[in-house]
Design a protein around this ligand. Structure first.
Ligand SMILES: Cc1cc2nc3c(=O)[nH]c(=O)nc-3n(C[C@H](O)[C@H](O)[C@H](O)COP(=O)(O)O)c2cc1C
Length: 363
């Protein structure tokens, strides 16, 4: 039996395998409310064999949306819309997770599929972004520096969002501290020039992430897995390096986080990244080594064999993939077949007749 298709238990939740769907923004919600697009999009990955499906970056406050079309979880109407989506994921044997997010200085931007790019002006439904310091992401409008009162409100917003996420039926919560969004902006010296207890030393810059993890853990109790997605490096001079992030992750483990989902970059436009298959795996391996915590690898992992090799060499405990699931929503079934797994335990029973191509001749 492969490691990829070996189940994993974290707190009260058991995942049927270790090939998971990473969060992917669809920029298709209205007023933060998800709809039929999100329902079909996410449920298909559960039919396609994912052990966990993490719903897209979902804003904990309206100002925390990347674009006006982002999903949200700051009111009851949004929770009601999430419920059937979450139920469909669970009914198909996957665990349902959600990424709780605040976009910081990268909020209020046009969705990638929009005709325009950059900051959405107030006249078109945009708003002033908020960040640790009033330093703009290159090409975007300058954000407002957050007061300490506002920081406390955001910690509380993550706590309430965690409560709402459980009401919606989500079983796993991932705190988004990567890709140049709010928590990452606090963590990095390139975007945080504060002189209070949230700026300066690594410990101070990590404080908001740790406050959020503690609030979420406190809210959800001991049974619910809490993950954190980090960018392991800023890929820019003077920015975060993997050992800084591994240290922050170790502190986050102490604050109640169970697993680290290790991505990279996204903080500055002048980043330099050498992108190739599995390019972020060494970062996951380093965070796993330093923290001793469960760690996920992500980034151009596209076959069952590649995923299995990453687990077998001890670089990570689980695999997240994003774009491969978009190309092939049955990536999980394909990977199981590739690794010689029994279709009767890894495929939906309704699909087993399609497992071996020669069987088609007998239809
Ligand atoms: C359409 C799309 C939307 C994404 N949205 C998010 C998101 O909401 N949150 C996040 O942390 N990463 C997001 N990402 C990044 C992915 O989760 C993943 O880390 C990245 O695509 C690398 O993995 P891959 O090579 O398997 O696609 C998105 C990626 C894509 C392609």
């Amino acid at each position: 039996m492969s490691q990829l298709f070996t189940s994993l238990s974290v707190r009260d939740i058991t995942f049927r395998n270790r090939l998971w769907v990473a969060p992917m923004c669809m920029y298709s919600a209205e007023n933060g409310i998800v709809n039929d697009w999100h329902h079909v999009h996410l449920a298909q990955f559960a039919s396609g064999g994912a052990g966990l499906v993490v719903a897209e970056a979902t804003a904990v406050v309206p100002e925390g949306r990347i674009s006006p079309q982002d999903a949200g979880i700051w009111n009851d109407e949004q929770v009601a819309a999430w419920k059937p989506v979450v139920q469909s994921i669970r009914d198909r044997g996957s665990v349902a997770g959600v990424q709780l997010a605040h976009a910081g200085r990268k909020a209020s931007t046009h969705a990638p599929q929009a005709e325009s790019s950059g900051t959405v002006p107030a006249s078109e439904g945009g708003w002033t972004a908020e960040a640790p310091s009033a330093i703009a992401y290159e090409g975007f409008a300058a954000p407002a520096a957050m007061t300490r009162e506002r920081i406390a409100e955001i910690v509380e917003a993550f706590r309430v969002a965690a409560r709402r996420a459980l009401e919606a039926g989500f079983q796993v919560l991932e705190v988004h501290a990567a890709h140049g969004y709010l928590l990452h902006e606090f963590l990095s010296p390139l975007s945080n020039e504060r002189t209070d207890e949230y700026g300066g030393s690594l410990e101070n810059r990590a404080r908001l992430t740790l406050d959020v993890v503690r609030a979420v853990r406190d809210e959800v109790g001991t049974g619910v897995p809490v993950f954190v997605r980090f960018s392991a490096t800023d890929s820019a001079p003077g920015g975060l390096e993997v050992d800084d992030v591994a240290q922050a992750a170790a502190w986050a483990a102490g604050a109640g986080a169970d697993l680290f989902d290790i991505s990279s970059s996204g903080l500055v436009a002048h980043q330099q990244i050498d992108v190739h298959p599995g390019y972020q795996v060494p970062f996951a391996a380093r965070v796993r080594e330093v923290t001793g915590s469960l760690t996920a690898a992500v980034g151009i992992i596209t076959t069952g064999r590649q995923a299995e090799d990453i687990l077998e060499d001890g670089s990570a405990d689980v695999i997240f993939a994003a774009r491969e699931w978009l190309r092939d929503p049955h990536f999980g079934l394909r990977a199981a077949a590739e690794l010689g797994e029994d279709p009767h335990t890894t495929w939906p029973s309704q699909y087993v007749r399609a497992h071996r191509a020669p069987a088609l001749a007998r239809v």
